[in-house]
Design a protein around this ligand. Structure first.
Ligand code: FDA
Length: 309
């Protein structure tokens, strides 16, 4: 119930405006977000890569309905990729892109606009020597996102996809994507979805995650195991072993600020570990989804608002 209520406010613009004009204390935002600027994101990227972790940088923003804004977000990624190359970080750091931030929802030509902007980002990533992963948003965008992925992969075969285990369709999508050269991030799913398309029961979602993971680990692609769940991590390692996968044929991924000790432990044990690192000023939707994942976070968030008040 609480999760649903929170997720439904994540897209309410009135609540967003109120919450962001009265921001929570820096500490709550800073736990999950590298900073407002690309420079700040690069500082954190340097720290993480020095500790043996890889990074996927997310320039915060989503649900853009204005094509100019989609262009601004695209330029921010192109600029970031140039900086990554200049700082010699592009071997260890890639970017994650939400298609709704680069135009997917802009009128009837949104799909074409998002594809054109995503192409620019993929081209810049190729020049920098790194990769792009397309984040997955709510289920109304899944088909369009996977279609754009297919188009992008013709010219940029390393473009990665995200599959959300909670969607009923995801085992079939995993089968389609478990092919050579295909990078697939498997996560549980972070949006408020109707029962007609997604599992809601946490135990059902976990079982679906394992079913999807089995398909990806058995396949020929590159699975990216995006979870903090202490039960799923050993299952992933076991499946990798059973499928005779070497440690460089898959990776773990976690969000910046969530289980950092476990991130380091996995990296130190020889596993590939990538941290999803968001930056930018448009943090509201991202932060609300993190609150929804863990009620204790909400208490912290509310306490910080009260203290500030
Ligand atoms: P679960 O929610 O069961 O959490 C397991 C444990 O992890 C918790 O008990 C807690 O200890 C810790 N934990 C989890 N979330 C926490 C939080 N916010 N704060 C503190 N502790 C927390 N989703 C999506 O729909 N589209 C996408 O593109 C992505 N991309 C993505 C990339 C990466 C790298 C990750 C790790 C996750 C995503 N997600 C996502 C989010 C994902 O769908 C999911 O909501 C979260 O990862 C939480 O699910 P867990 O698998 O961690 O399990």
């Amino acid at each position: 119930m609480l999760r649903q209520a929170l997720l439904s406010v994540s897209r309410n613009t009135k609540i967003k405006d109120a919450a962001t004009s009265f921001p929570p204390t820096r500490a709550v935002v800073a736990r999950y977000i590298a900073g407002d600027t690309a420079e700040q994101a690069l500082v954190v990227t340097r720290q993480l890569t020095a500790a043996g972790l890889s990074v996927s940088l997310d320039h915060l923003g989503e649900d853009t309905t204005d094509s100019a804004q989609g262009g601004v977000a695209t330029d921010a990624y192109v600029d970031l990729l140039g900086r990554l190359a200049e700082a010699r970080l592009s071997q260890q750091a890639e970017v994650s892109v939400k298609l709704s931030a680069v135009g997917q929802l802009v009128g009837e030509h949104g799909r074409e606009l998002a594809l054109a902007n995503a192409r620019k980002i993929c081209l810049a990533a190729g020049t920098a020597g790194t990769t792009v992963t397309l984040d997955m948003e709510d289920h109304t965008t899944t088909d369009s996102t996977l279609e754009i992925l297919t188009e992008l992969r013709r010219d940029f075969p390393s473009t990665g996809a995200v599959i959300q285990a909670y969607l009923h369709r995801s085992e079939a999508d995993c089968r389609d994507l478990a092919v050579a050269g295909s990078r697939v991030r498997l996560c549980k799913g972070a949006y408020d979805e109707p029962a007609s398309v997604a599992f809601a029961d946490p135990a059902e979602i976990d079982k679906a995650y394992v079913r999807c993971l089995k398909i990806l680990m058995q396949g020929d692609g590159y699975p990216m195991v995006a979870t903090h769940d202490p039960r799923l991590i050993p299952i992933a390692r076991d499946l990798a072993e059973r499928n005779r996968r070497s440690p460089d044929s898959y990776e773990f991924q976690m969000l910046h600020g969530v289980r950092p000790t476990e991130q380091q432990r996995l990296a130190n044990s020889g596993q590939r570990m990538r941290v999803y690192l968001p930056f930018g000023v448009d943090w509201y939707g991202y932060l609300v989804r993190r609150m929804a994942e863990r009620p204790a976070n909400l208490a912290l968030f509310l306490r910080s608002l009260v203290r500030r008040g």
